[in-house]
Design a protein around this ligand. Structure first.
Ligand code: SF4
Ligand code: SF4
Length: 141
């Protein structure tokens, strides 16, 4: 058995396909959706945890790639360089999941990795370049 957290990016042309249904029915995977941002006819993102037999999982990954889905291993996708952070708060306004947030009463910014859906909005918002993305597909399973 394996358990893997991934982010799926759905291009607009396939955003309405029943991908989750196929993962469960055709590949015997358990799907735990952690976060979803799907809009009809627009790109969508779903952060999920998949668990099941490794062979089933690998077949499912192949099938999803063939469907045109982008798959990213969620581990260490977004990195917060706290030493560069000036706690300006620009990212906390733009972060859709509150993964970047002010902690009171100190009013310092913190990063809750488990809430991050790897939307990368904070990369553009951060004037100090404290947010980085790490795409490590060599770890992808
Ligand atoms: S990538 Fe940045 S803005 Fe997007 S959810 Fe993660 S921390 Fe928030
Ligand atoms: S935008 Fe950058 S510098 Fe400002 S609080 Fe967020 S991570 Fe820190």
């Amino acid at each position: 058995m394996i358990k893997q957290r991934i982010v799926l990016r759905f291009p607009p042309q396939i955003v309405e396909q029943p991908v989750i249904y196929h993962l469960i029915k055709d590949y015997n995977l358990m799907v735990n959706i952690l976060r979803a941002d799907i809009n009809p006819k627009k790109e969508g993102r779903v952060m999920m945890e998949l668990s099941g037999e490794e062979a089933d999982y690998l077949q499912a990954v192949g099938w999803m790639k063939n469907q045109g889905l982008q798959i990213m291993n969620l581990e260490q996708q977004i990195i917060w360089r706290s030493e560069r952070c000036t706690h300006c708060g620009a990212c906390t306004v733009i972060c859709p999941t509150e993964a970047l947030f002010f902690e009171r009463p100190e009013m310092t910014v913190h990063f809750a990795e488990d809430k991050c859906i790897v939307c990368e909005l904070c990369l553009r918002a951060c004037p100090a370049r404290a947010m980085e993305t790490l795409v490590d597909n060599t770890n992808f399973r």
